[in-house]
Design a binder for this molecule. Structure first.
Ligand code: MN
Length: 207
């Protein structure tokens, strides 16, 4: 996450069809090679005339967006967020494998939300209720407290001083080819793809 301008399209960490049958190959291909690539290209184009920003990592562009020249603030917020959120989204999935959720994350989630099923229900409801395009997140705040939050568009949890652990992209481009208007079916199936080891590593990371 420390890369700077010019940002590169990070390769998908698995094959395009690895998430079948829950997320189809065509959706993954369009989402990664089409949508994510567009955010990367647009971000580079916006930053090209601003050499002073060329050593800024993605997280700094997001955190300090309000300090940027007014005419690029919205574009940087949307496109830096688009790159950041999608990199995390794709890195948070893997081929379905019925893995156990590792400790200490499992216990912390059960303690925070009253049980594993309660967590899944709360996260699913949040994702189903996000009006229009956006994300649901499992995020960690002060003293490792866990929270479920939604962000609209390509906003991130970072400005809320929350560290993102797990994003779920509920933009229609993430599911519409296969699921049409059945967003809840996509949400339920997505749980089978979550890369819990990666989420646990983020939870354990000191920042
Ligand atoms: Mn997306």
């Amino acid at each position: 996450m420390n890369e700077t301008y010019p940002f590169l399209l990070q390769p998908l960490p698995y094959a395009y069809d690895a998430l079948e049958p829950f997320i189809d190959e065509e959706t993954v291909r369009l989402h990664h090679d089409g949508h994510l690539k567009a955010y990367v290209d647009k971000l580079n184009k916006i930053l090209a005339p601003y050499p002073a920003l060329h050593h800024w990592p993605l997280e700094r562009l997001i955190f300090e967006c309000h300090t940027l020249p007014g005419k690029i603030q919205t574009d940087v917020r949307n496109n830096a967020g688009g790159v950041y959120n999608h990199n995390l989204y794709f890195a948070s999935m893997q081929a379905p494998d019925n893995q156990q959720v590792p400790q200490p994350l499992y216990q912390q989630i059960c303690t925070s939300f009253g049980g594993w099923k309660e967590f899944q229900d709360a996260f699913s409801q949040a994702a189903a209720n996000q009006f229009g395009s956006g994300y649901s997140w499992l995020a960690v705040g002060y003293r490792k407290s866990l929270k479920i939050i939604n962000t609209p568009n390509q906003d991130t949890p970072l400005p809320k001083n929350l560290r993102p652990l797990l994003p779920l992209d509920v933009w229609e481009h993430a599911y519409y080819l296969k699921y049409k208007n059945k967003r809840m079916a996509y949400i339920q199936n997505w749980f089978s793809l979550v890369h819990w080891d990666a989420v646990n590593e983020r939870f354990l990371s000191p920042r």
